[in-house]
Write a protein that binds this ligand. Structure first.
Ligand code: NAD
Ligand code: MG
Length: 392
């Protein structure tokens, strides 16, 4: 039986992953090693019971008594905290889903790679903050990273049987998020509720707001560079409001291979779960005659400064990705808490990046786990200093 673990099992990607594991036989077909979540311990415990997991881990130590209580009477182990997450990732598995949100997903995924597993990577922040490190570690230990972000899964699939030397460009699409049609001067007043509703995809709140600001696409541009090891100039973003074409790969003979599918993350998750085979998946089939037409347009850089910042991050190199991501996470926290406005997020990230790249020389810092964590902590501290002193 395949041994599998799911980190972030209580989130949007996690729940979809468990749905597929259950449909593909559940505890009869998989030996579920570890599941992890946050404060939603009742959901975590019920998931662990239904899949007969060996271990359930909550990220928060103060949630451990509640998790223990919820698992009472079962033989499932309970654990809590960041060290427990890393310990869980060290347990032998054949496949791990990395679906914690934010930089917190890096350490468990990194640990899992050191044990030679196949890591299905939804946590794009890992590649943005520590791409070269993850790829080198995977290579060293014979581990494999499979992309789960829909655009990257699409590119990965378009590349099956192809040589990277023949690739001319990679185009990832963006729906444009909640505000793609808003007048620019209204964006400053966008509320958390307005930014938390996506036109096409049902996802966690943080990535939904990041879609409205295009910070999600900015992370994905960097993720593309890191995962496929291509020059930043080869990567393009295309606004495609229908979210049916997920990515396109352009080859030197002029061919453009597009990946289409319904906006349902179970496709990309299922591809990574069953790779290199294709299994039957419960996703809607597209009726193109009924859809009739697809539309595309260039992204508006004035509306979405995050895309310009992603280019700067790739230019700077070193731990700039860690600073960018951490500043973005801090800005997002402040926006959700209504301490700053929607447009302030990009201003804040730009300020943190500018100050740290000159004063700390981010571009010259080696991408090691310690350096990434240190840059992450400094960027968060600087962002909160800027917020509390009103320097946005
Ligand atoms: P989510 O907010 O729905 O779920 C996040 C999960 O991580 C939950 O299980 C939560 O308990 C856990 N978690 C949160 N903070 C944590 C911490 N500090 N330490 C440990 N665990 C923590 O998020 P999601 O939408 O499922 O996204 C998960 C990841 O997948 C993100 O990196 C996101 O960018 C990526 N992703 C998501 C989608 C999507 O459709 N939701 C698509 C592509 C990529
Ligand atoms: Mg995506």
């Amino acid at each position: 039986m395949r041994r599998v673990s799911v980190f972030g099992s209580t989130g949007s990607i996690g729940v979809n992953t468990l749905d597929l594991l259950t449909r593909q036989g559940g505890a009869e077909a998989y030996q579920v090693v570890a599941l992890s979540g946050g404060r939603n311990v009742d959901l975590l415990a019920s998931q662990a019971r239904s899949l007969r997991a060996e271990l359930a881990v909550t990220a928060h130590e103060d949630c451990l008594p509640a998790l223990r209580a919820a698992l009472h009477g079962s033989s499932i182990e309970a654990a809590a905290g960041q060290a427990a997450l890393v310990e869980a990732a060290a347990r032998p598995t054949d496949w791990i889903m990395s679906a914690i949100v934010g930089a917190a997903g890096l350490a468990p995924g990194f640990e899992a790679l050191r044990h030679g597993t196949t890591l299905a990577l939804a946590n794009k922040e890992s590649l943005v903050t520590a791409g070269p490190l993850l790829l080198a570690e995977a290579e060293r230990h014979g581990a494999r990273i499979l992309p789960v972000d829909s655009e990257h899964s699409a590119v990965f699939q378009a590349l099956v049987g192809e040589e990277m030397e023949a690739v001319e460009r990679i185009i990832i699409t963006a729906s444009g998020g909640a505000f793609r049609d808003w007048p620019l001067d209204r964006l400053a007043t966008a509320s958390v509720a307005e930014a938390s509703s996506h036109p096409n995809w049902a996802m966690g709140q943080r990535i939904t707001i990041d879609s409205a600001s295009m910070f999600n696409k900015a992370l994905e541009v960097i993720e593309t560079k890191e995962y496929f090891r291509v020059d930043p100039e080869m990567i393009e973003v295309l606004v495609h409001p229908e979210s049916l074409v997920h990515a396109l790969v352009g080859f030197r003979d002029g061919a453009l291979m597009a990946h289409l599918g319904a906006p349902d993350m179970r496709h990309a998750i299922g591809y990574a779960l069953n790779w290199p085979e294709r299994a039957e998946l419960p996703v809607a089939r597209l009726d193109l005659a009924q859809i009739g037409r697809l539309s595309f347009r260039a992204p508006d850089l004035a509306r979405f400064p995050a895309l310009r910042l992603a280019r700067e991050v790739m230019e700077i190199g070193g731990t700039a990705g860690a600073a960018f991501n951490a500043a973005k996470e801090a800005a997002l926290d402040a926006f959700i808490d209504e301490r700053i406005g929607f447009l302030d997020m990009a201003h804040l990230v730009e300020r943190v990046l500018a100050q740290m790249s000159t004063r700390q020389g981010l571009g010259n810092i080696t991408v090691s786990l310690d350096n990434v964590m240190a840059t992450d902590a400094e960027a968060r501290a600087l962002a909160s200093e800027f917020i509390s002193t009103g320097r946005i």
